[in-house]
Design a protein around this ligand. Sequence first.
Ligand SMILES: NC(=O)c1ccc[n+]([C@@H]2O[C@H](COP(=O)([O-])OP(=O)(O)OC[C@H]3O[C@@H](n4cnc5c(N)ncnc54)[C@H](O)[C@@H]3O)[C@@H](O)[C@H]2O)c1
Length: 388
Amino acid sequence: MKQVKILLLGIGGYGSFYMNALSEKIRDGSVALAGICEVTPGMEERYPVIREKHIPVYKSPEEFYRERQADLAIIATPIHLHYPHVKACIAHSNVLVEKPVCAAVEEAEDMIRWERETNHFVAVGYQMNYDRNLLALKEDILAGRLGKPVCMKTLQAFKRGYHYYHRNNWAGRRTVNGYPVNDSPVNNSSAHQFQNMLFLLGDAMDRAAEVASVDARLYRAGSYVENFDTAALKAETCEGVPVYYYTTHNMKEDQWGPMSEFRFEDAVVYLGKDYGQGPLLNYVAEWKDGTVRDYGPVPTAWSMQKLEDAIECAQNGGHPVCTVQAAMSHLQTVLMLSKMPVLPVDENALIQEEKDGDTFCRIDGVEEAFGRCYREQTLPEGRFWAEK
Ligand SMILES: NC(=O)c1ccc[n+]([C@@H]2O[C@H](COP(=O)([O-])OP(=O)(O)OC[C@H]3O[C@@H](n4cnc5c(N)ncnc54)[C@H](O)[C@@H]3O)[C@@H](O)[C@H]2O)c1
């Protein structure tokens, strides 16, 4: 079998997940890492396999392709670089680009055109889309086994503080050097659960439902955040299905959720339902006739099925399931949110906290408020945290 040659762009942040997964494959010879693109000096020292296997490090994909070739380019660089990096790679290689696919609809449309012109694929790194349990659920949805979708909702949040926002020059920014990045929990840290709902509602295995309209309450709590760090939103698909999503970086616990309820005419799919032993982090469908099916656990953040699938398709043909179209509705939602006002949080409701050498900004009462909105499928009213 042909050994797949890989180029990896960006190894310092999330790219380290790819480096770790690839290190084993490089050592056992199942793939070859033809090169790395990284601009932070010395970053390659973190991975012994780079020196061991004499893997060359370049400053740009253009430099790499002048000397070498690859079957698959993996792009784990900052959001605003996805477009130029896909553009530089697609003529030479298939591409697996991290989520979000890019920062503008026209850019995503270019990528779809380039796929046609070059006969290479662009796959997007939403790992939940590649999960076999969720694909089984999607198959059942598409086959009509749960009835028509009625309403979807999810709550998921990760606490993030000063270090997270100061790890690079784009975290929490609306633009970088005049170029849109729209970084936020909806576009980045908690993007997956929202995109997954749209993906499950897509009219084919490799498509997401299109979004017709979005209503939202966006809040900025952290003083170093340019965009928003807390959001409640309701997107409505073109088929008229409301999709609610609640997320924040500003709560007490390190992690909150995920919890979901996907309501269909004949069944409800729960994630995080308490069956007597605490929240069960499995997708469980309960049909009106009493039938229950456990689709298995929610995929973890470090699931690398997307890498396996991209390698397999680069080797044998085909397109990984998360297409540019499947990523487009999330991008469109992010762009709609970027036109909406970001509301201030009453400063009496803001609590500064130190923990493990980091500083966090907490919104007092966000758990109660978002918990209530999640239960009732509503959006919070204005500066509601000031009510206390
Ligand atoms: N799928 C997931 O669960 C997940 C999780 C986290 C981040 N991400 C995505 O991964 C991407 C990167 O995010 P991050 O948090 O790692 O960003 P980061 O800014 O922390 O790290 C990006 C890395 O790319 C390098 N880089 C920057 N400019 C470069 C260039 N021109 N050429 C080559 N390398 C360059 C940086 O030096 C750094 O090592 C984003 O799209 C993000 O949304 C995905």
